[in-house]
Design a protein around this ligand. Structure first.
Ligand SMILES: Nc1ncnc2c1ncn2[C@@H]1O[C@H](COP(=O)(O)OP(=O)(O)OP(=O)(O)O)[C@@H](O)[C@H]1O
Length: 229
């Protein structure tokens, strides 16, 4: 099958605690998959696995049917930049030393994009997420959580990822910022035909946003290998 990101029979633990037990999850290009489960069931861990940030005890992650070897910088940039993550807390995710321009630009500079293209892409994305030039010159401590999450959203889109993983990304936003962030993601998804994973504890949000919803039970609560959807 082409055009999908998948965790296949993935087992992950922290020390002796098994968090994911032979979990399979597939996100096709163009679809929005909702992921829900009790607190501590491993949703964020699964996001880190899919984003190639977390090592596995068993199983593998594949893109377009091709297994990916390794995590983080061991994965070629052309592969790892196809997947982006938007986390719940922009304060935890953002480097407090960078102004918003540099925060958005950093992943492009890391892949040695010419500075002219970096500036153009930052301007384009700032406009898309609704950040004005005066905000772009400020560092995280001088903007609101909502403004910082908009910058994190822009950063997550700089490489035009094929897959965007949203880990409770709108949970701490007010209703209007939440709606705007969701609209930007949905618009991006349509133009890029991106696959989107949305983690949320909010059934109404999942009902509105997701094409299908997958339950992630606590490891050990179901027979191994039965969490595939
Ligand atoms: N770095 C870590 N070291 C040790 N244990 C961890 C670590 N990260 C997560 N865990 C544990 O792994 C389990 C799954 O955590 P995870 O954050 O993936 O769950 P979650 O479903 O996203 O939870 P929530 O809905 O509360 O955000 C929890 O029991 C948690 O305490």
């Amino acid at each position: 099958m082409t055009g999908h990101l998948a965790a296949e029979e993935v087992t992950v633990g922290y020390g002796r605690q098994v968090v994911l037990d032979r979990v399979t999850l597939t996100i096709a290009r163009g679809e929005t998959v909702g992921l829900r489960g009790p607190s501590g069931s491993g949703k964020s861990t699964l996001v880190r696995v899919l984003a190639l940030l977390h090592p596995l005890n068993h199983g593998h992650v594949s893109i377009d049917g091709v297994p990916v070897t390794g995590t983080r910088y061991a994965v070629p940039a052309a592969v790892r930049t196809r997947i982006a993550v938007l986390f719940q807390s922009p304060r935890a995710a953002a480097d407090p030393r960078l102004n918003l321009t540099d925060l958005i630009a950093e992943p492009l500079r890391a892949t040695r994009e010419p500075e002219r293209r970096v500036s153009a892409r930052v301007a384009e994305l700032a406009d898309l997420v609704g950040l004005t030039p005066d905000l772009l010159n400020r560092r995280p401590h001088a903007v609101s959580d909502g403004q910082l999450q908009r910058a994190c959203l822009a950063r997550s889109l700089v490489h035009r990822p094929d897959y965007l993983l949203c880990d409770e990304a709108t949970a701490m936003l007010d209703a209007s910022t939440q709606a705007h962030v969701a609209a930007v993601i949905t618009g991006y998804q349509r133009t890029q035909r991106a696959g989107v994973l949305v983690i949320s504890h909010d059934p109404a949000l999942l009902g509105r946003w997701a094409d299908r919803v997958v339950d992630l039970p606590t490891a050990g609560a179901v027979p191994a290998g039965r969490t595939a959807r």
